[in-house]
Ligand binder design. Structure first.
Ligand code: ADP
Ligand code: MG
Length: 361
C-alpha cells in the first residue's frame, strides 16, 4: 500500500513462491520516495541474477531517475537545470531591457524536445482549466515561499504575507497566455519565471514507469514520489494495488483506499502539507493565478487518477484551484477519475472513482 498526499507509508502484501518483493524509502525532489518492487526469481541455477541484486539496482536506478529529472530538467532552484537556464535567460533580458509594460519583447529560448513536450501538455491543461494551472507563476511562488523547502545558501522560510503591491508586481510577470511556442522552443516575456513544481512529481512517475517497462524481471511495482504514485504490472497474488488517501484534516489518518490496476497514476494536491497559519488563516502552497493568493476554493484535497503522471499531477493542482464544480468538469474533459474533498468532509467523486474508492470508517 502506498499513500498519496502525505508521507508515503508502504505496507507490503505477500509475494508468491517465485516472486520476491522489496520496499525502500528515500528522499528526492524535496519529498519522500517509497518504492515496492516485485521481481521474478530466475529459474534453476542462475543465482547471479538474484532478485535481491535486481531489486537493489532497480531501486537505485529509480532514485537516480528522480534526482536527475530534478537536477537536469525541472528544478528552478538548481543551477544548470533546463528550467533554471530558461529562467536565467528571461531574467537576464529583463535586467538588460528594464521592465516596460505594454512594450512586450518576447525572448526566444530554445528548449529540448522532452521539455517542449512537457510544456505543450501543461499548456493544454492551462487552457482547459481557464488558467487555474499556470506554471509561469514563478515570481509569485518565490514571493510567497510556501514550499517549505530550504534552498541552498540563504535558507528561505516563509517570511510573512506579502503586501498587495508585491503580489500585484509578481502577478504582472505571470501569464501562460503570454508565452509563444515555436518549433524548437518558446518565447517568454522578459522577467517571467517558470515553476514546474505542480507537475514535477507526476513527470517523475512517468519516467519511472518507462524504466520499469524496460526491466523484464520486474513484474510489479508501486512507487510514490510524495503525493504522486505510479502503479505498474501485477502483484504476485493478482490482487489490486492499494493506495491510501491521506485525511486532509486528521493527521495520521486516511480517508480511504483506492484499488488500482497496474497502469495507473494517482496524484493528490492538498492544503494540509505545506502551509502556515497566520492569524487563523491557512496560507498554503497552491496559488490562484487569478488573485495571486493561495487558492481559496471549497476544497482542501483533490486526488486524480489517470493514465499519465504529468496529467494526474497537473489536474490535481488545477482542480484544487477551480473548486468542486469546475474541478469535476475539468477531470471529465480528460476522462480522469477525481475525488474532491471539501473542508467539512463532503466528498465529490466521478463515477469511475466511486468504483475504485472505499472509505475507511
Ligand atoms: P505538491 O508539489 O505538494 O505535490 P502540487 O502538485 O499541487 O503539490 O503543486 C504545488 C506547487 O506547484 C507549488 O509548490 C508551486 O511551486 C506550484 N504552484 C502553485 N500553484 C500553482 C498553480 N496554480 N499552477 C501551477 N503551479 C502552481
Ligand atoms: Mg500537482
Amino acid at each position: 500500500m502506498a499513500a498519496a498526499g502525505g508521507l508515503a507509508v508502504v505496507l507490503c502484501g505477500c509475494g508468491g513462491p517465485s516472486v520476491r518483493q522489496q520496499t525502500s524509502v528515500d528522499t528526492a525532489m524535496g519529498t519522500i520516495v517509497s518504492q515496492t518492487l516485485y521481481v521474478e526469481e530466475a529459474d534453476g541455477t542462475d543465482r547471479e541474477a538474484a532478485p535481491e541484486s535486481t531489486m537493489e539496482s532497480a531501486c537505485a536506478t529509480v532514485m537516480e531517475i528522480v534526482k536527475e529529472l530534478e537536477q537536469r530538467e525541472l528544478s528552478w532552484r538548481i543551477e544548470g537545470s533546463e528550467v533554471a537556464r530558461i529562467n536565467g535567460l528571461a531574467d537576464e533580458r529583463d535586467s538588460e531591457e528594464g521592465q516596460s509594460p505594454g512594450q512586450e519583447k518576447g525572448i526566444a529560448v530554445s528548449v529540448s524536445p522532452p521539455m517542449r513536450d512537457i510544456l505543450t501538455q501543461i499548456w493544454q491543461v492551462s487552457e482547459d482549466s481557464g488558467g487555474a494551472l499556470d506554471v509561469t507563476l514563478g515570481r509569485l511562488s518565490r514571493l510567497w515561499n510556501l514550499d517549505g523547502r530550504e534552498e541552498s545558501g540563504d535558507g528561505t522560510a516563509f517570511s510573512g504575507v506579502p503586501a498587495d503591491g508585491q503580489i500585484q508586481a509578481a502577478l504582472d510577470q505571470t501569464g501562460y497566455g503570454r508565452v509563444g511556442f515555436w518549433e524548437d522552443g518558446i518565447t517568454l516575456p522578459p522577467g517571467m519565471q517558470l515553476d514546474l513544481g505542480a507537475v514535477g512529481k507526476g513527470i517523475a512517475c512517468d519516467r519511472i514507469r518507462a524504466y520499469l517497462l524496460s526491466q523484464p524481471q520486474i513484474t510489479g511495482a508501486v512507487v510514490a514520489v510524495g503525493g504522486s504514485v505510479v502503479t505498474y504490472g501485477q502483484k504476485s497474488d493478482g490482487s489490486p494495488w492499494k493506495v491510501a488517501i491521506v485525511h486532509p484534516r486528521e493527521e495520521g489518518n486516511y480517508l480511504g483506499l483506492l484499488s488500482l490496476t497496474g497502469e495507473q497514476f494517482v496524484s493528490t494536491s492538498g492544503d494540509y502539507e505545506r502551509y502556515v497559519m497566520v492569524d487563523g488563516v491557512r496560507y498554503h502552497h497552491i496559488l490562484d493565478p487569478a488573485t495571486g493568493y493561495p487558492a481559496c476554493s471549497d476544497l482542501c484535497s483533490v486526488t486524480v487518477v489517470c493514465g499519465s503522471g504529468l496529467l494526474a499531477d497537473a489536474l490535481s493542482t488545477a482542480c484544487f484551484v477551480l473548486g468542486s464544480e469546475q474541478g469535476m468538469g475539468l477531470a471529465e474533459i480528460y476522462g480522469a477519475e477525481a475525488l474532491l474533498v471539501e473542508e467539512d468532509g463532503t466528498m465529490h467523486m466521478t463515477e469511475g472513482m466511486k468504483m475504485i474508492f472505499s472509505a475507511l470508517e
